[in-house]
Design a protein around this ligand. Structure first.
Ligand code: HEM
Length: 399
């Protein structure tokens, strides 16, 4: 009986996931914020913004798992809006600077992506050979931490991401905590090695060590390691999925593919950013962003849709739904290349907006561009996904 119930539940969940867009569309009209069994789902654009803007009411739920990943500390995505949060983000913004995007990141991503596609010789698995390789190599080059083994390093980041941001699963937890230990050990050794044998390079690790020498609070070896581990987890599986999903959307829509390829060949990078933004809006990275409600709170107060979210509720701010909300997004079902940046919420909103948001809008189009430039580009097999990440997308092109 229990088995039957479980399979029914699984079937219902599966059905809901497949029809999520339609479910959100109905909710936005009928019941924009639903509260059930200690959960709440917020579906309208304005209300999603309200949740993500009220960081003291809607708090991040990640601290407990972050403690396990960092072996007793936290990482700033797991923190409330405290002085420690501000200190850690500020330190890492000094170490990973906005101007690095043009000086270091863009040249690296463009060159490394083009080289991989060229050397693959006309046939490749984009996920295995490119979309997860580039962010891993960027971390090697830019952060100064290439990992103990490129593939295992990417796997470790991926399983830790799944542990932190997806529902509890003991098998995932076990693997993730092993990966966390291995990653911590690796980073501890990398930091120690830099101190014993300094490297003359202007990378994020050296900048962190300079801040440490200058006596900056929050920059002990363990602090540096924990900051890096959080960034590494946030950077690899996310970038890989977004680049693969964008390419797959273009393969599914040959008329868009033609225009995107023209843009790639003309190095129209701003246009490629819009291709990425729109492809992801229609095939989002995730359904939304999780929060815990810290006090009884009325969302959309003063409107007909106002709804009380009780203290303790687990809240999903459904960014996927917000980006399809026709009240804010013009003709949301259409693929349009001229939407304003504020229509998109791929990288969150408010206090915890993605640290890598500008890196992403350089790195993802850079990876995608290298593929789009290829003549007679074709998909050999459908993209394979092992939830929540794509694991394979095979392509061919003339070489
Ligand atoms: C490429 C696709 C990416 C996507 C779709 C993505 C998405 C997100 C989202 C939705 C959040 C908000 C989480 C929340 O509010 O609970 C976030 C936060 C964050 N992301 Fe990303 N991310 C990406 C890439 C990156 C990269 C490349 C890095 C690092 C270089 C990174 C580092 C972070 C960090 C550190 C935070 C926490 C920021 C804070 O707490 O202030 N992400 N990301």
């Amino acid at each position: 009986m229990a088995k039957e119930t479980k399979s029914l539940q699984e079937k219902l969940t599966q059905w809901a996931l497949v029809h999520l867009d339609s479910i959100f569309a109905i909710l936005r009209v009928v019941k924009p914020t639903v509260v059930f069994k200690g959960n709440a789902v917020v579906t309208r654009f304005e209300d999603v913004v309200e949740v993500l803007n009220r960081d003291w009411v809607f708090r991040v739920p990640y601290a407990e798992k972050m403690h396990k990943v960092t072996d007793g500390s936290n990482f700033f995505l797991g923190m409330e809006n405290t002085d420690q949060y501000t200190r850690d983000v500020s330190n890492m913004r000094i170490a990973a600077r906005r101007e690095d995007i043009t000086d270091i990141i863009k040249p690296f991503v463009d060159q490394a992506s083009a080289a991989i596609v060229q050397s693959a010789g006309g046939r490749m698995d984009v996920v295995l050979q490119l979309t997860r390789v580039i962010p891993t190599r960027l971390i090697g080059e830019y952060f100064g931490t290439p990992g103990w083994n490129e593939n295992e390093f990417a796997d470790a980041a991926t399983i830790m991401f799944q542990y932190l941001f997806y529902p509890d699963d003991p098998a995932v937890e076990e693997k993730a905590l092993r990966a966390a230990e291995q990653t911590r050990n690796y980073l501890d050794q990398a930091i120690a090695a830099r101190k014993v044998t300094p490297v003359d390079k202007d990378d994020v690790l050296n900048r962190c060590l300079k801040l440490q020498e200058a006596g900056m609070p929050g920059m002990t070896d363990v602090d540096i390691r924990n900051n890096l581990i959080g960034l590494i987890i946030g950077a690899i599986p996310t970038t890989s999925k977004c680049a693969a999903v964008t390419l797959n959307h273009l393969f599914n829509n040959p008329e868009l593919m033609v225009v995107a390829q023209q843009a790639a060949r003309a190095d129209e990078d701003d246009k490629l950013i819009q291709f990425v933004q729109e492809s992801l809006r229609l095939n989002p990275f995730a359904a939304g962003i999780q929060r815990i409600c810290a006090e009884d709170y009325v969302i959309a107060k003063g409107t007909l849709r106002s709804t009380k979210i009780p203290k303790g509720a687990r809240v999903l701010a459904a960014t996927q739904s917000a980006m399809m909300d026709g009240r804010k997004i013009k003709k949301p079902r259409e693929f349009q290349l001229d939407r304003p940046a504020y229509n998109y919420m791929h990288f969150g909103f408010g206090l915890h907006t993605c640290f890598g948001q500008y890196i992403n809008l350089t790195q993802i189009p850079g990876i995608v561009k290298a593929v789009l430039k290829q003549p007679n580009l074709r998909r050999v097999a459908d993209m394979k996904v092992e939830e929540p990440f794509p694991v394979s997308l095979e392509i061919e092109y003339d070489h």
